[in-house]
Design a protein around this ligand. Structure first.
Ligand SMILES: NC(=O)c1ccc[n+]([C@@H]2O[C@H](COP(=O)([O-])OP(=O)(O)OC[C@H]3O[C@@H](n4cnc5c(N)ncnc54)[C@H](OP(=O)(O)O)[C@@H]3O)[C@@H](O)[C@H]2O)c1
Length: 298
């Protein structure tokens, strides 16, 4: 039987790599556009993956030819190097939608973020993610979108970032927004939700909030990471005024380890207020303690 083709935009990233494996197992041949093919040469070894370097003249419609599925995972957490939230989360989404319609692709899965809201979002990140979500749901396509809290798993930028920070720490770590709340969701549960949705007509038009089973503060998550690494550090939670000051200062540093916009995003608890889409899709959410020790070490 001929394998179905899917195009995964953002397929080179953390979530994308987990999704490529799942889609391969589900019988898909995956077309993966990237701006920097040399950085992702390892993906050429995946038999189900066809890596395409994006050039100015690259047309998404041409990439989507013969695809029965398009997945959009492209996203940025911070604006840098000319990449704005508007460009990646809204304009690119419009381009993808137009190309999918031109190529006659029937199905689109779109990755948004928990509490993304074009009008009410606390930060530019959340407002732009909300605007992108509205673009896909306003299009004449069979769309399902996914709104996860922070995603963890092998290769994540969450626990692995805490690890780097703790490894450099001299024994004391000042932490901005210590009371910010998260419901970390396992990447394999996220990609499971996406794969289950593909052929399930009931998911068309739905926006699924995705959360893990436990709500934890940022301070609790950092403390958990330190404990897993066997690192004795003093984590000092900063009050709101100092958190905001730290964000303003760090925003100006190379690589901006924390931005004012990140600070604003964290003012909204990243927890599922109503339904957890994982449960709606028949997935039992996996706890951090089942998975994190497998990649952060004992
Ligand atoms: N990770 C989380 O905790 C989390 C939580 C909530 C929502 N999300 C959303 O989930 C999606 C995937 O996240 P992730 O953690 O896998 O991100 P990631 O590892 O940073 O990967 C992002 C991907 O987006 C692509 N991309 C970035 N800018 C692009 C542009 N201008 N044009 C085309 N492609 C572009 C990158 O492709 P190349 O560099 O190869 O071109 C990369 O593959 C994102 O939309 C993110 O906002 C993630």
């Amino acid at each position: 039987m001929k394998r179905q083709r899917a195009c995964i935009i953002g397929g080179t990233g953390f979530v994308g790599r987990h999704l490529l494996t799942r889609l391969g197992n589900a019988g898909y041949h995956c077309v993966v556009p990237t701006r920097r093919a040399f950085r992702h040469r390892d993906l050429k070894l995946y038999p189900q993956v066809e890596l395409h370097e994006l050039e100015d003249a690259t047309s998404y419609a041409a990439l989507f030819a013969d695809c029965s599925l398009v997945v959009n995972l492209a996203g940025i957490l911070n604006e840098s190097g000319g990449a704005s939230f508007q460009a990646v989360h809204v304009d690119l989404v419009r381009e993808i939608v137009a190309a999918a319609q031109a190529a006659g692709v029937p199905r689109l899965l779109h990755m948004s973020a928990l509490h993304a809201d074009a009008a009410q979002g606390n930060s530019a990140y959340l407002r732009s993610k909300g605007a992108g979500e509205d673009v896909v749901h306003g299009a004449d396509l069979q769309v399902t979108s996914f709104r996860p809290s922070v995603i963890f798993g092998r290769g994540d930028s969450f626990f692995n970032r805490f690890r780097s920070l703790l490894e450099m720490a001299p024994g004391v770590v000042p932490l901005a927004c210590p009371q910010a709340q998260f419901a970390p969701v396992w990447v394999e549960d996220v990609v499971d939700a996406m794969v289950r949705s593909i052929d399930d007509e009931r998911t068309v038009g739905q926006r699924y909030d995705l959360c893990g089973p436990r709500v934890l503060t940022l301070q609790a998550l950092m403390t958990y990471t330190a404990r897993r690494l066997g690192k004795r550090v003093w984590i000092i939670g900063l009050d709101d005024k100092r958190s905001q000051l730290m964000a303003r200062v760090f925003d100006k540093l190379p690589g901006a380890p924390l931005t004012l916009d990140n600070y604003l995003s964290m003012q909204t608890p990243s927890v599922c207020n109503e339904h957890n889409g994982l449960l709606q899709l028949g997935i039992h959410p996996t706890d951090i303690d089942t998975i994190v020790p497998t990649y952060l070490g004992a």
